[in-house]
Ligand binder design. Structure first.
Ligand code: GDP
Ligand code: MG
Ligand code: ZN
Length: 308
């Protein structure tokens, strides 16, 4: 029997079969796992094969995982060399950002976008709390929109509180499996609560704490959107580490650099001080945003530090 994994709690999974029945499932002891070392072989979004254990109790065994189209993973917090698969078979990564309360840094936005590029998952940037925008915040939003839509990422402005921009956003999620990411406090739970009445995800007041966030649970969970499509919530997850990222690869995950780098004189060009660098030329000409380029340089340096 085929089923889709909706929730993982570490050792138990909630799997929905094609008739819409939920099963409490465990992994059969000797199942062959992925080539990578993972602390959780089955992830939310995985299609699996189930063998019923007890029909009435609704328990089953996961006996097989279907090949994944893609998956996001991150380093296990406890074991550096183990990876934790966060979610599988994604169509879209929705990055929720805010101009203030809390302010999302563009460095953070860039790192999230790179992570999605690495996994070949398209990104959508959603700026929440539009109801709190004065002209100053609006100007920042317009700047983000100019830069990121210039790169090719759709950028939307919404308010989970008032519903501004909701129709357009929901239309883009229709029929897709979307992962929700973003800092604590940006309104992920508020958006889910708006879309899924009765869900009652705990929301947190950002005023009382520094905007860094308290975390209740770290297990991903998937929900069906009323209008079609599925959404995956990853509570407590701030950011996906850029696992196994090589210096020479980094510019390939900046779409605007990817488009020009074949014209660099050296094919191992890091776009720093090399002669005849097409990326630097594009920055000079204003084709590549300078701030994005600086973000690239910063990231390149951080990869350096990690390796030595
Ligand atoms: N003004 C305003 N506040 C919002 C909006 N969305 C969320 N909030 C508030 O921001 C705080 C954090 O929201 P929450 O959904 O818990 O953020 P999460 O950590 O990303 O899940 C809560 O106090 C929400 O009420 C919005 O669109 N406008
Ligand atoms: Mg939340
Ligand atoms: Zn170059």
């Amino acid at each position: 029997m085929r089923g889709l994994v909706y929730k993982s709690t570490g050792s138990w999974y909630i799997v929905r079969d094609e008739q819409g029945k939920n099963w409490n499932a465990r992994i059969k002891g000797v199942m062959k796992l992925d080539a990578i070392t993972s602390t959780n072989p089955v992830a939310v979004g995985d299609w699996v094969n189930l063998e019923v254990e007890e029909e009435l109790a609704g328990t089953a065994m996961i006996v097989e995982i279907e090949p994944r189209r893609n998956y996001l993973h991150r380093q296990s917090p406890r074991h550096k060399h183990q990876h934790h698969i966060v979610a599988a078979n994604l169509d879209l990564s929705m990055l929720i950002v805010t101009v203030k309360n809390p302010k999302t840094s563009t460095g953070f936005i860039d790192r999230c976008l790179i992570a999605s590029e690495m996994y070949h998952v398209p990104s959508l940037i959603v700026c929440n709390k539009a109801d709190q925008h004065s002209p100053k915040e609006n100007a920042t939003f317009e700047e983000w929109k100019r830069v990121y839509s210039g790169v090719g990422y759709p950028v939307l402005l919404v308010s989970a509180e008032t519903g501004i921009g909701m129709e357009d956003l929901l239309q883009r999620l229709n029929g897709k499996t979307t992962l929700v990411t973003g800092h604590s406090g940006v309104g992920k739970s508020s958006l889910l609560n708006r879309w899924l009445p009765g869900l009652n995800r705990r929301t947190q007041d950002v005023s009382g704490w520094s905007g860094k966030g308290l975390h209740t649970t770290t297990f991903a969970e998937m929900f069906d959107l009323p209008g079609g499509g599925r959404i995956i919530d990853t509570p407590g997850m701030r950011e996906f580490g850029l696992v196994n990222l090589e210096r020479a690869e980094l510019s390939h995950y900046f779409p605007e650099m990817r488009r020009v780098l074949e014209h660099c004189q050296f094919n191992n060009c890091l776009h720093l001080n090399e002669p005849d660098c097409a990326v630097k030329e594009a920055v000079r000409e204003g084709v590549i945003d300078e701030r994005r380029y600086l973000s690239y340089v910063n990231l390149l340096e951080s990869i350096d530090e990690r390796n030595y």
